[in-house]
Design a protein around this ligand. Structure first.
Ligand SMILES: C[S@@+](CC[C@H](N)C(=O)[O-])C[C@H]1O[C@@H](n2cnc3c(N)ncnc32)[C@H](O)[C@@H]1O
Length: 286
């Protein structure tokens, strides 16, 4: 390793347990993301690039700076970007999309469908929904659709809006969809794909903290996806978020969580939800 770089890295000193506690409490209170003590080194490592960007010389200086400006500062969103994990894929947990086209589309016959991906990261999930629903629309199985993606991170939303992805990500997209819904740049050095404008036009994005008191996104969604996002929250926070999201579902609307998640320890009945299949819930009254 380059000796100079090594020295620079260690030049920041350590994130002290006291500063870790101040930052993790702040992150938990405002964003619901729980960072146990064992994540101290992970946080420290990820914050190095923020210290470099801000030309700061210690974690103590950084902690003071973030906490002094609180939610009004710009840095808080940069910090959440490095803290949260944004991993996502096209057609992730594919059974959900099969369930939509095989079971839900027939129920929605002739309707305009409203869907929301809460915690959408860089957009692959919401564009997957767009491809599946556009397919149904072209076959006259539904009238139309309207999709929303939301996330707490400004930088992932920027990527989602641009809708440009590395070419290698097409492996997850069915071959017949690639021709219809993707544009391809043939630059050999950096092959990329872009979602076609007709699909992009049906997807909107907003910055939204799932812990906020109100979600200014309207109600009556036929489906809400909140997959691989609840895992960052502790149980009481998960319960609060799920019950809030459920209020935005249409009667009979569907709620999807990630394959590695469950709502088992929640009183979903009081939220008006019932389990349809593992990881798929339905709001009663449809
Ligand atoms: C792992 S990604 C999941 C992406 C996609 N739903 C999927 O399953 O592939 C989790 C996303 O949740 C977002 N997130 C974390 N805490 C959040 C909060 N309090 N409010 C809104 N989004 C949050 C992160 O920024 C991240 O983009």
């Amino acid at each position: 390793m380059n000796h100079h770089k090594t020295k620079e890295y260690f030049g920041f000193g350590n994130l002290t347990p006291a500063d870790f506690k101040r930052l993790s409490e702040f992150i938990y209170t405002h964003f619901g993301i729980h960072l146990p003590d064992k994540k101290k080194y992970l946080l420290q490592g990820r914050l190095v690039k923020r210290l470099v960007a801000l030309k700061m010389s210690s974690f103590a200086e950084y902690t003071d700076y973030v906490l002094k400006n609180g939610l009004n500062g710009d840095e808080v969103f940069e910090m959440i970007d490095v803290v949260s994990t944004n991993k996502t894929d096209f057609f992730r947990d594919k059974a959900h999309f099969d369930f939509i086209s095989e079971t839900l589309v027939p129920q929605w016959r002739g309707r305009k469908v409203k869907g929301w991906s809460a915690g959408c990261s860089t957009g692959q999930e919401v564009y997957t929904l767009a491809m599946v629903l556009e397919e149904a629309r072209r076959e006259s199985r539904i009238a139309n659709f309207d999709l929303l993606g939301s996330d707490i991170s400004q930088s992932v939303l920027q990527k989602a809006k641009t809708a440009i992805y590395p070419y290698r990500e097409v492996v997850n997209i069915p071959e017949s969809f690639r021709k219809k819904y993707l544009l391809r740049s043939r630059k050999p050095a950096n092959p990329q794909i872009r979602i076609i404008p007709a699909l992009r036009a049906k997807v909107g994005f907003i910055l939204l903290n799932l812990l906020s008191e109100s979600f200014p996104v309207g109600t009556d969604y036929e489906m809400i996806f909140c997959r691989n996002t609840l895992i960052y929250f502790d149980s009481p926070t998960q319960e609060k978020v799920v019950s809030h999201l459920a209020k935005h579902l249409a009667p009979g609307g569907y709620f999807f969580i990630g394959f590695s998640e469950s709502l088992l320890n929640m009183d979903i009945r009081t939220m008006g939800l019932k389990l349809v299949k593992p990881t798929i819930y339905q709001k009663t009254g449809g």
